[in-house]
Design a protein around this ligand. Sequence first.
Ligand code: SAH
Ligand code: SF4
Length: 407
Amino acid sequence: MTDRPTAAPAPAFNAPASAAPVTPDVLTVPRKLPETGRINIVGLTREALRAALIEAGTPEKQAKMRVGQIWQWVYYWGVRDFAAMTNLAKDFRALLAERFEIALPQVVTRKISADGTRKYLVRIAGGHEVEVVYIPEDGRGTLCVSSQVGCTLTCSFCHTGTQKLVRNLTAGEIVGQVMLARDDLNEWPQPGEGAEAGRLVSNIVLMGMGEPLYNFDAVRDAMKIVMDGEGIALGRRRITLSTSGVVPEIARAATEIGCQLAISFHATTDAVRDVLVPINKRWNIQTLLDTLRDYPRLSNSERITFEYVMLKGVNDSDADARRLVKLIAGIPAKINLIPFNEWPGSPYQRSDWERIEAFADIVYKAGYASPIRTPRGEDIMAACGQLKSATERARKSRAEIAAEAGL
Ligand code: SAH
Ligand code: SF4
C-alpha cells in the first residue's frame, strides 16, 4: 500500500476544460440542519445563499458582495471557520457563526489501493453511508461521486441495484464529496499559488451510487457550484454525468448543467437490455437513441460516451459489436468498454480479455474510439458497481430483483 499515486493509463474521461455555461441559477430553499439549527452554506446556490444572508439580517445592498466574499473563502480557499474570513467585519463573522455552518459529510474510513486509488466511506445526515472514489492518473485524477443512497433501479449486474433507495443526496452532500477529497489530497490553493497549481481532482464523474437524473435538482445545483469560476472552478467538460437512460431528463443535463453525458447502454437488443438495465422496459433502445440524436450539445468535440459492461456470453459477441455500431450510427460517440466488476453473489462473469479486445476492435474499425477501462482499485473493492453502503440491511431480495428485471 502506498500513499503515492502511481502512473496509469489515460483516464476514461478527460475532456479539456472550458468556461462554465451561462444558465439561470435556480433557487434552493436553505434547509436548517436539524442537529444545530444552523444553515449549511455548502450546497447553497449563490441565489440561495444571498436569500439566507438577507434573512439573517444582512442589508440587501450588501448581500451580493458578501456572497462573493464567503463563496471565495469556502470554495476557493477551502476555509471552514468563519473567524478566518478576514475581509469580513468581526460582527458579521460572529453573525455567520451563529446562524450558519460549513459542514461536509464525515469521512468514516479511507482505503488506499496499491495503484493509488482512494476509496472514502462517508457518513451523511441520518447515519447513511455512501462511497466516493478517487482514481489518480499521471498527477491528475477523476473523482467518482454518488448522487443517491442506493438506487430505485435494479440493473442486474450492478451491486447498487441490489440496494433499495434510501434517499436522494442533497446538493451539499454532493459538493461535500468533492470538498472532502480535496481536503484529503491537500489540494486547496495556498496563498500565492494559482488554482491550477495542484489539480489533483481534475475530473468528476457522477458514476457512484444512484441515478443522477432521478435527483436532478440537487445534482444540477452541486455541479454548478463545482463549476463556478470563483470557487472550485472545474470546467463543464471535465464533468461527466452517467445515466441508465432516464429519457425525459436527458436534454436537461445539457441545457441546465452543460456537462458531458455518458449512457449506460450495455446491450444491443431490447430483450437483453430489458434484463440488464430494466429502465429499458420504460424507454427502449430506439427511444433512447432518438433522444440522444436530439441532444442539445452533440458535436464531434462533445461526443456522448456509451458505457458497455462486458459480460461473458451475455452481450459480448461479435454480432453484438456489429449491432452496436449500427445502432449508434450518426451519433458522435465513444464507446467505453468496462470489464465487469464481479461482486459477491453477482449473477454474471467478466468477459475474457481476448473477447473484450475482439469486441473493441470491431467498434474501433467502425470509426469509434473504444477504450477498455482499466480496472482500478480492485484490492479495495473500489470499482463501479461494487460500492457498498451501510444500507445493506435495506437489501432487495433476490426474488424482488428478478421480478423487477423480468428474469
Ligand atoms: N446510475 C447511473 C450512474 C451510476 S453507475 C448509471 O447507471 O449510469 C456508473 C456506471 O457503472 C454505469 O455505467 C454502470 O452501468 C456501471 N456499473 C455498475 N455496476 C457495474 C459492475 N459491476 N461492473 C462494471 N460496471 C458497472
Ligand atoms: Fe442504479 Fe446505475 Fe446501478 Fe442501474 S447501474 S442500478 S441505474 S446505479
